[in-house]
Design a protein around this ligand. Sequence first.
Ligand code: SAM
Length: 307
Amino acid sequence: MSSPVFPAWKWFIEFTHPTQAHMHGVKRYVYSGKTQFQDIEIIDTYFFGRCLVLDGKIQSAQFDEYIYHEALIHPAMIIHPHPREILVIGGGEGAVLREIIKHPQVEKLVMVDIDQEVVELCQRYLPEWSNGAFEDPKVDVHFMDAREYLENTDYRWDIIFIDITEPLDDNPSYRLFTKEFYQLVVQKLKKNGVTALQAGNLNTAFFECHGAVYNTLKLVFKNVESYGAFIPSYDTNWGFIIASNEYSALGVYPAKIDTEIARRNINDLRFYDSQSHTNMFALTKDVRDRRSKEKRIIEDDKPLFTY
Ligand code: SAM
């Protein structure tokens, strides 16, 4: 019996809400298991190629991971004039490392992910995501809870990227979305440091996480700027935030972005340039209105959990 492409025989269903889901036709289950911290699946889908799924959520897909990772990394790297010492919190697949080391100023790059097994499975099954970045001599990887790492280091960073899983009930990331955690982040940045993070869905029907993260960061940083990029495999405009007490991504003159990318000799970006920057930071009125209605602050004793 031959296997028809449409309709697919097997489906991966990603729930975004108890009453909403996105279905992906599965060509092949590559790996399925449970680590000490989370469920992990690696699947080959017909539409978006290979996907990493943690606790039922697609983290990144072969087809469009470049959009997510370039959007998370390059705005912060470009607005900081000297991004030399960089910390990545989470970042399992290693694609954030791949993007960061494109900037020639980087001297020290530390990644702290709680889950060694996820990182090793990504290296084995998704090697193009990191593209050799784990072997770069500037890169150092620690396997531990990133909050514990920050609490116990005196180091000060130019940029801290936070690329962690969504705060689901019972997963290891929810303590990294709170006011107390962001207070720790600002303490571990240099005075002119920048943080950039994945910050939940920008769909106004699923906005609680983004709005609450934005409000919470506002208590800690002077400049807090939301932006979004449409990620086809997530089927939504995904939210990110840049926060700094010194620099602003909104104020940057677009032509300067392209000049700076060229000056840094980065010539393999597929998504990020001055036009994409302007587009990402230009939030539509409904999103801005929804954000201003969100009053929630996330604290250690009032954590936020998403679906
Ligand atoms: N692109 C992703 C998304 O859609 O949210 C995030 C990418 S990455 C796979 C997320 C990583 O965060 C995972 O490898 C996970 O182990 C890590 N992580 C979760 N909680 C953490 C914690 N408390 N400390 C360090 N890493 C953590």
